[in-house]
Design a protein around this ligand. Structure first.
Ligand code: F6R
Length: 363
C-alpha cells in the first residue's frame, strides 16, 4: 500500500523520520543520552580492527561507518565490497569483529563473505532489515534496522537506518575504548536524536527538486562530489540517479576531480556538490570553483549560503544546520529526492527500474 504517495519509493523516503526513530530507540537510552548497545560477544576495548563488507547502497553505508568508527573510536576499519572481499580472502586479525550490512539479509556475495570471515575466527555482527534472513541467522549478533518492509528497488529508508545503527556502533566503540568522553557521547547521542525532526522539515517542501529535475533530465552525464564522511554520499547519490533515472552519474571525492574527471566538465554537465559547512567546506568550495571555471553547472547542496561559493550556481538545495556528526543522515535525503524527482519527471518505472531486482541472490 503506497498510502497517499505515487510510488513506494516516495512513501519510504517519507517514512524515514519514524523508522530512524525506532531504529535509534532500540540502541539508545534516550533519557540518559547514552548508547545502550547489545553485547557483541567481543571485548570492544581490545579490538585491533573492524572489518566491514556489503554491496551497493549498503556498502556506501558501511563506508560512512568507516569514517565514523575511525574518527570517534580510533579503531582502524577495513572495508570492501563483498564481491571483491570474498575472492581476495584477506588475512584477518585474531578475534576481530566483522560487520555485514544488508537490507535483505540474502545478498549472495555478502553471505559468502560472512562465511569466509567466520572461517577465519571473526565475531560476526550483521546490520539487517529482515530479521529472519540467512545473514541474520548466521550471525553471532544482529543489529536490526527497524525500517519495515522496503518495496522500492532503490534502497532509501534502509540506508538511513543502516547509518543510524553504524553511528551508534561508532559511539559504543568509542566509549569502550575511552576515545570519547561521557560529555561527547551525550552530545553525539543528542545530535542523533534530532535527526528525525530535521528530516521531517526537509520533506515538507520538495519544489526545489521538481524544478531541478527539468535541468537534470537533459543531462547525459552528472558528476557528484563530496569530501570526507560525505564522500560516500556522492557515490550513493550517483548510484540512485543511475538506477532510477538511467542518467549516467559518477561520484567522486572532491579532491580527486583534478586528477582526471575534470576533463569531462563543460556547460552540459551538472555537478552536484554535497557541501555541508564542516571543517572541509573551504576545500570543497575551491573544488567547486575549479568546476565553475570550466563551465560546469553547479548544484550546491549545503547549509551554507550561495554567496559563500564564490561562483554562480544553478540550484541551491538548502539543508538545515545540524551537528556535523549527523550530516550523512541528513544529506542522504537530498540525494534520494534528486534521483526520485528526476526519474518521475522522466517517466521511468521508479519502483521497478529495468534490469534490477530487490534482492541479489545470484553471484
Ligand atoms: C541500491 C540498492 C542495492 C542494494 C544492494 C545490497 O539502491 O538497493 O545497491 O543496496 O543490492 O542489497 P542488500 O542490502 O539487500 O544486501
Amino acid at each position: 500500500d503506497k498510502g497517499n504517495h505515487r510510488h513506494f519509493m516516495a512513501k519510504e523516503i517519507h517514512e524515514q523520520p519514524e523508522v530512524i526513530s525506532h531504529t535509534l530507540a532500540n540502541l539508545i537510552d534516550m533519557a540518559a543520552g547514552r548508547v545502550n548497545f547489545p553485547d557483541l560477544g567481543v571485548d570492544l576495548s581490545k579490538l585491533s580492527r573492524v572489518t566491514i563488507s556489503a554491496c551497493g547502497t549498503a556498502y556506501y553505508a558501511g563506508l560512512i561507518g568507516k569514517y565514523w568508527i575511525e574518527r570517534y573510536a580510533r579503531v582502524p576499519v577495513e572495508i570492501d565490497v563483498a564481491s571483491e572481499f570474498r575472492y581476495r580472502e584477506p588475512p584477518l586479525p585474531e578475534g576481530g569483529l566483522a560487520v555485514f550490512v544488508s537490507q535483505s539479509g540474502e545478498t549472495a556475495d555478502t553471505l559468502a563473505t560472512l562465511r569466509y570471515c567466520k572461517s577465519q575466527g571473526q565475531r560476526i555482527a550483521s546490520i539487517v532489515n529482515v530479521r529472519t534472513s540467512t545473514i541474520a541467522r548466521e550471525s553471532d549478533a544482529v543489529l536490526p534496522t527497524l525500517a519495515g518492509p522496503e518495496v522500492g528497488v532503490a534502497s532509501t529508508k534502509a540506508f538511513t537506518c543502516q547509518l543510524a545503527v553504524l553511528a551508534a556502533l561508532a559511539i559504543a566503540l568509542g566509549r569502550a575504548r575511552g576515545a570519547i568522553s561521557a560529555e561527547l557521547e551525550q552530545e553525539l547521542v543528542g545530535a542523533l536524536m534530532e535527526v528525525p525532526r530535521h528530516i521531517s522539515s526537509m520533506l515538507s517542501d520538495e519544489s526545489v527538486y521538481e524544478a531541478l529535475a527539468h535541468d537534470l533530465s537533459r543531462a547525459r552525464d552528472v558528476l557528484y562530489l563530496g569530501r570526507g564522511v560525505n564522500f560516500p554520499l556522492a557515490l550513493e547519490g550517483a548510484l540512485k540517479l543511475k538506477e532510477i533515472s538511467y542518467i549516467h552519474a559518477e561520484g567522486y571525492a572532491a579532491g580527486e576531480l583534478k586528477h582526471g574527471p575534470i576533463a569531462l566538465i563543460d556547460e552540459s554537465v551538472p555537478v552536484i556538490v554535497v557541501a555541508p559547512k564542516d571543517e572541509l567546506f573551504d576545500k570543497t568550495v575551491s573544488n567547486v570553483q575549479e568546476v565553475a571555471a570550466r563551465g560546469g553547472q553547479i548544484v550546491f547542496v549545503s547549509n551554507g549560503e550561495s554567496d559563500e561559493v564564490g561562483c554562480d550556481v544553478v540550484a541551491h538545495i538548502t539543508i538545515p544546520d545540524v551537528h556535523p556528526f549527523t550530516n550523512p543522515l541528513i544529506y542522504a535525503v537530498p540525494a534520494q529526492l534528486i534521483a526520485y524527482h528526476t526519474a518521475v519527471f522522466m517517466g521511468t518505472d521508479v519502483d521497478q527500474p529495468r534490469n534490477l531486482a530487490k534482492s541479489v541472490t545470484v553471484e
